[in-house]
Design a protein around this ligand. Structure first.
Ligand SMILES: *Cc1c(COP(=O)(O)O)cnc(C)c1O
Length: 444
């Protein structure tokens, strides 16, 4: 009985690709944003930033990508090899057991970005960024990290190319998440609690508020200051910028192939959003298809109720305007949905979703009505994470719980309407280093 239907059913549990199917090009959505993307502006002159003005913090290869309007950009062989070594292509799973628990007629799939060695999608861009720095002779990278996912990813990518890495970790996480700190140190990075006494901005912040718990905005300011003042050193950002979204599109391109292999067309594609990179990587290749009339999916960005960069536009909490990416105002001005660069987020458990702004590309698509957004309460996301753990067997990151909770809402709606739908979400990371967050939420 080894006929086609049986093979298909088996495939539909776990859809895999071979190593040689790691995408050879990244997809740059800037080429397809109707009306183009508003340029980044110089923080002093408010004029569009010139390529040379980016050079204090980024290597030329990444600046070219940041400003590129070309639709497809080659992935270097060295980067494809490194992506293979961290487990790409990642499988696409059918959430059959979750479907059964919900009693929904919807078919739910998820992309396994939790399977990378550091546990999230972030190595996809960390590897590319480290590579383009390495080939221009940079030997030291600086960055910030909130919960620690980005710091871990960049530390491992820097180690891969034999570079030094300095990470400013938001103080509240530094104190509460010691394991992430150990991960970064094992990869050879220097890790400092931010605000720190290593930079002028850190010292100024500590003078004003010695007990300051820190924020991503403050940590970014410190990492940039150190990069600008150190030899052979550049800065790396884990989300928000165009080149970061670009590198993540390997996720969506793989998912396109995988869904095609099982003859599925997505009705809803769902991902959580902090700065927007896993959402972008997952959906942009499908948005390209949709703009060409090749699918009719809805794209849903899910954020926490307490950090509503996108959905806050309706209540006046956020705005679509030029703002800084950091607290000190050292970054270029980016046109984005923002809660304001001095926004101090609630200490929610999904540390990766606490950023005040949203990627300019994701922002432009939201402004044009090409993507949708939802805001979910924290409790609901943890209940969803618990159900996912018990049915699918994977403990998701608190950030990813937002995508899961939204997928569950939509699957329940399918049940109510007795409607078949294909719901695909991105499992951006696992939660095995976030157990303290679960313990607090579940009252353990
Ligand atoms: C960092 C992170 C996020 C949020 O960042 P995006 O740039 O919006 O993707 C989501 N999930 C996980 C697991 C993360 O580490």
């Amino acid at each position: 009985m080894a006929d086609n239907s049986e093979a298909k059913a088996r495939e539909a549990i776990k859809v895999t690709l071979d190593v040689d199917e790691i995408p050879k090009k990244w997809y740059n959505i800037v080429a397809d944003i109707p009306g183009g993307l508003p340029p980044a502006l110089h923080p002093g002159t408010k004029e569009p930033l010139k390529p040379s003005e980016w050079e204090a913090i980024f290597p030329k290869g990444l600046i070219r990508q940041e400003l590129s309007t070309e639709r497809f950009i080659d992935v270097p062989d060295e980067v494809r090899e490194a992506l293979a070594r961290i487990g790409r292509p990642t499988p696409l799973y059918r959430a059959s057991r979750l479907e059964k628990a919900l009693g929904t007629p919807a078919r739910i799939y998820y992309k396994r970005e939790d399977l990378s060695p550091t546990g999230s999608h972030k190595p996809n861009t960390a590897i590319a960024q480290a590579y383009f720095n390495f080939i221009e002779g940079v030997d030291h990278l600086t960055t910030e990290t909130g919960a620690g996912q980005w710091g871990s990813a960049l530390s491992s990518a820097a180690a891969y190319f034999g570079m030094k890495c300095t990470v400013f970790m938001v103080k509240s996480s530094y104190d509460q998440k010691p394991y992430r700190k150990y991960v970064m140190k094992l990869y050879g990075a220097d890790v400092y609690a931010s605000p720190s006494d290593r930079t002028e901005f850190g010292r100024k912040t500590l003078e004003k508020d010695p007990g300051c718990a820190g924020s991503l905005g403050i940590a970014i300011s410190e990492a940039i200051e150190l990069a600008v003042n150190s030899p052979n050193t550049k800065y790396s950002l884990g989300s928000v910028l165009n080149h970061v979204m670009l590198h993540q599109t390997v996720i969506g391109q793989e998912a396109q192939k995988q869904l095609a292999m099982i003859d599925e067309k997505p009705d809803k594609m769902i991902a959580c959003v902090g700065g927007g990179s896993n959402f972008a990587g997952f959906t942009f290749p499908f948005i390209y298809e949709k703009l060409k009339g090749k699918n009719d999916a809805r794209f849903i960005a899910v954020e926490p109720e307490s950090v509503p960069s996108l959905t806050g536009i309706k209540s006046g909490r956020s705005r679509y305007d030029y703002d800084f990416g950091d607290t000190a105002g050292m970054t270029p001005l980016l046109k984005m949905y923002t809660l304001g660069h001095d926004f101090m987020p609630d200490p929610i458990h999904a540390g990766g979703l606490r950023y005040h702004g949203m990627a300019p590309t994701v922002s432009a698509l939201y402004d044009k009505g090409i993507i949708d957004a939802e805001a979910l309460p924290q409790d609901e996301t943890f209940v969803a994470g618990e159900l996912f753990t018990r049915t699918e067997g994977i403990i998701p990151a608190p950030e990813s719980c937002h995508a899961i909770a939204s997928a569950i809402r939509h699957a329940r709606e399918c049940k109510r309407l007795n409607k078949e739908e294909v719901i695909v979400f991105n499992l951006s990371g696992h939660g095995l280093l976030d157990l303290q967050n679960y313990a607090t939420m579940l009252g353990m």
